[in-house]
Design a protein around this ligand. Structure first.
Ligand code: ARG
Length: 569
C-alpha cells in the first residue's frame, strides 16, 4: 500500500484541477508524529486555488468523510494532517511484509528491461585497491537494487587488460622476472617488476621503445607476447576472484578492454565516415571544443588505440548485445571528464541512446590519514584490509560471545559487512576516511550494528515457543498501537520508497541509512516492550509478528547492499 498515492486519491476530487500525481508529490511524512502520519502542505496549492493555505486545509478537514484507515484529520498552519488508525496501519504493514517475505519492498518498475552496470573493473597486474573496492560495492548494490525493482541487471567487469602497460610488463618480466616468484607472489611480484621498469626507464629510455614494440607484437597476435599476457591475466584474475568470493560479488561478463581489440578498426572507420576524426600531429582525435571539453584521443601517434577507443567500441557492443534501457559506469569522480567525452562522442555518432548512459561517480577513500597509493605503486592491499576486518571482528566476537558456533564464518560475514557498509554509509560522491573503530563499532551507525539487530530479532524468534512463531495469522494489530511499535511500523513501511529512491538516485547509501533507522526504532521497541515475557498470549503473538517483519525487512535491505545477515552473532 502506498499511502501517499492513497491519500492523494482521496483528496483529488476535492481540489479542482489538481491531479492525483501532483498531490502525491506534495504529500509528506511529518518528521514529528504529533503532526500526523501524512501531511499535505497547502502552500503550493494556494495560488492555483486562489485560497489561503489554511483555508484549503480547513476545507479538506470539513469535507473529510470517515474512513477506517484514518483516526482523525486536522488543519494546522496551512497543513492538512492525517493521523492513521494505528491498528489498521499495523495490520496493513505487517500483513504486507509477511505475505511478500523476501520480495517485500520489491517492485516491477523495470518490467524486465536491461540495465548494464559496468563496475569494479580493476586493472590486470595491478593491485585491486580500495577505490576498486568502492566501485565493486556500489556497483553490486546497484545491481541488486535494479533487479529488485524489476530490471534485468547485467554486471560487466570491464577489466583493464589491454594497453601499452603490457608491453612494459613483458619487457620487465623478460629482464627481471622469475616464474616461481610470480606464481608465488602473484600481482605483488608483477607490480614490483612493473615499478622497476619505470625506475630503470628513467635512465634508460630505450626500454620504452622496447615496450612499445612488444605491445605492437601483442596487438598483432604474436604468440610469445600473447602467452605472457594471458598468464598475467590469469594470475590477476585468480586474485580478483578471491576478493569477489569474499564480497559475494558476481559478474555476468568479464569482457574487458582486450575483448574490443578486434573491434577497433570498425569504430575508427565509423568515426571517419561520420567525419568526426581529426588528425593532429599524427594522432587521431574527436574535437569537443564546442562542448567545452578537450578532444577525445582515439589513436596515438604510434598507431595504438586507447582507453577511449575501447570504451566507444564497448558502448556499441553493449547496446547491440543487451539492448539496454540504461547503461551506467561506476568509477571514481576523477573519470567524469572521460565519461562526459565518451557520451558526447556516442551522441555525435548519431546514437540517441547516448542519453541512456550515465556515469555514477564516487569520492575518494583514505585510510585514517594513510595514503592509499603512491607513485611507486605502494597501495593498501584490499585483501589485507578485509583480512584485518575479519580478524578484528573475530576478536570482538570472542569477547562478546565466546560460546558462539561458527565463529570464523560469522566473523567473515560481519567483518566484510562492516567494510561494505562503511563504503555505503554516506552519499557516494563524498570522500570517506576509513576508520577501524567507526566501521566495526557494534553500537554505531554501522553494518555490524544492523547485522547485530537482525540477529537480535532472530534470537527473539528462536526463543519463542515454536507454536507461537509457526504462523502469525490472525494476530491482533491492536497490540501494536503503542508508540514504540508504531515507530517501527512507520520505518518498515518506508522501505519500499527508500529502495525506489535509491534506484532513481543511483545511491545505495539511502538503503544503508534506512537500515540504521529501522534498526534503531526496533531496538527502542525491544528495550521498552516485553516480547517473550509479555503475559498476554495475544500481545506476545502480535509483537512476535512485528519482530518477524523487522527480521525480514532488515534481511532484505542488507541483501540489497550485498551484506549477509547471520542469525547469530
Ligand atoms: N579500469 C578502469 C580503472 O581502474 C575502470 C574502467 C571503468 N569502465 C570503463 N568502461 N571505462 O580506472
Amino acid at each position: 500500500m502506498n499511502y501517499k498515492q492513497w491519500l492523494a486519491g482521496q483528496l483529488t476530487a476535492k481540489l479542482e484541477g489538481i491531479s492525483q500525481e501532483a498531490l502525491a508529490e506534495l504529500i509528506e511524512y511529518p518528521p514529528n508524529p504529533q503532526m500526523g502520519d501524512l501531511s499535505l502542505p497547502c502552500f503550493k496549492l494556494s495560488k492555483q486555488l486562489r485560497k489561503a493555505p489554511q483555508a484549503i486545509a480547513e476545507e479538506l478537514k470539513a469535507g473529510w468523510s470517515d474512513n477506517a484507515s484514518v483516526q482523525r484529520v486536522d488543519a494546522v498552519s496551512g497543513y492538512f494532517n492525517v493521523f492513521l488508525n494505528p491498528a489498521v496501519f499495523a495490520n496493513e504493514v505487517v500483513g504486507e511484509v509477511l505475505t511478500r517475505q523476501d520480495r517485500y519492498g520489491s517492485q516491477e518498475y523495470g518490467q524486465g528491461r536491461n540495465i548494464v552496470i559496468d563496475f569494479s573493473s580493476p586493472n590486470i597486474a595491478k593491485t585491486f585497491h580500495i577505490g576498486h573496492l568502492r566501485s565493486t560495492v556500489i556497483g553490486n548494490a546497484l545491481y541488486n537494487i535494479f533487479n529488485f525493482m524489476g530490471y534485468n541487471s547485467v554486471g560487466v567487469n570491464h577489466l583493464g587488460d589491454w594497453g601499452t602497460q603490457f608491453g612494459k610488463l613483458i619487457v620487465a618480466y623478460k629482464l627481471w622476472g622469475d616464474q616461481a616468484a610470480v606464481e608465488a607472489e602473484g600481482i605483488d611480484e608483477l607490480q614490483r617488476i612493473y615499478v622497476k621498469f619505470h625506475d630503470e626507464a628513467d635512465v634508460k629510455p630505450e626500454l620504452e621503445d622496447e615496450a612499445r614494440a612488444w605491445f605492437v607484437k601483442l596487438e598483432q597476435g604474436d604468440e610469445e607476447a600473447h602467452k605472457l599476457w594471458r598468464w598475467f591475466v590469469d594470475i590477476s584474475l585468480k586474485e580478483f576472484h578471491k576478493m569477489y568470493d569474499l564480497l559475494g560479488v558476481k559478474f555476468d561478463s568479464y569482457a574487458g578492454e582486450s575483448f574490443y581489440n578486434d573491434k577497433m578498426a570498425e569504430v575508427l572507420d565509423e568515426l571517419k565516415t561520420k567525419n568526426l576524426l581529426e588528425e593532429d600531429g599524427g594522432a587521431l582525435l574527436v574535437r569537443l571544443d564546442d562542448f567545452n571539453m578537450p578532444p577525445a584521443l582515439m589513436v596515438k601517434k604510434d598507431g595504438g588505440t586507447l582507453y577511449h577507443t575501447r570504451d566507444v567500441a564497448a558502448a556499441k557492443y553493449r547496446k547491440n548485445t543487451y539492448d539496454f534501457d540504461k547503461a551506467v559506469y561506476v568509477t571514481d569522480a576523477g573519470q567524469s571528464l572521460h565519461f562526459n567525452q565518451l557520451f558526447k562522442v556516442i551522441e555525435l555518432m548519431g546514437y540517441d541512446w547516448s542519453k541512456q548512459m550515465q556515469h555514477v561517480p564516487f569520492g575518494k577513500v583514505s585510510l585514517e590519514g594513510a595514503k592509499l597509493s603512491t607513485r611507486k605503486g605502494k597501495v593498501v592491499n584490499l585483501e589485507d584490509l578485509l583480512g584485518k576486518a575479519i580478524e578484528k571482528t573475530r576478536e570482538i566476537i570472542e569477547e562478546k560471545n565466546p560460546n558462539l558456533e561458527n565463529k570464523d564464518e560469522v566473523a567473515r560475514k560481519v567483518g566484510v559487512g562492516a567494510i561494505i557498509f562503511n563504503d555505503l554509509s554516506n552519499n557516494r560522491i563524498k570522500d570517506i576516511v576509513f576508520s577501524w573503530d567507526e566501521a566495526l563499532n557494534f553500537e554505531g551507525e554501522t553494518g555490524p550494528y544492523v547485522q547485530y539487530t537482525h540477529a537480535r530479532a532472530c534470537s527473539v524468534l528462536s526463543k519463542a515457543d515454536p507454536s507461537e512463531t509457526q504462523s502469525f495469522e490472525g494476530f491482533d494489530p491492536k497490540h501494536l498501537e503503542n508508540e514504540e511499535a508504531q515507530g517501527v511500523l512507520r520505518q518498515m513501511y518506508l522501505f519500499k520508497e527508500r529502495v525506489e529512491q535509491a534506484m532513481h538516485k543511483l545511491e545505495p547509501s539511502i538503503i544503508s541509512r534506512y537500515l540504521v533507522d529501522l534498526a534503531q526504532s526496533f531496538n527502542r521497541f525491544y528495550h521498552e516492550c516485553k516480547i517473550l515475557k509479555a503475559e498476554d498470549a495475544e500481545v506476545r503473538k502480535a509483537r512476535l509478528a512485528l519482530v518477524e517483519s523487522v527480521r525480514i525487512t532488515l534481511k532484505n535491505g542488507l541483501a540489497l547492499i550485498g551484506i549477509e545477515a547471520p542469525e547469530k552473532i
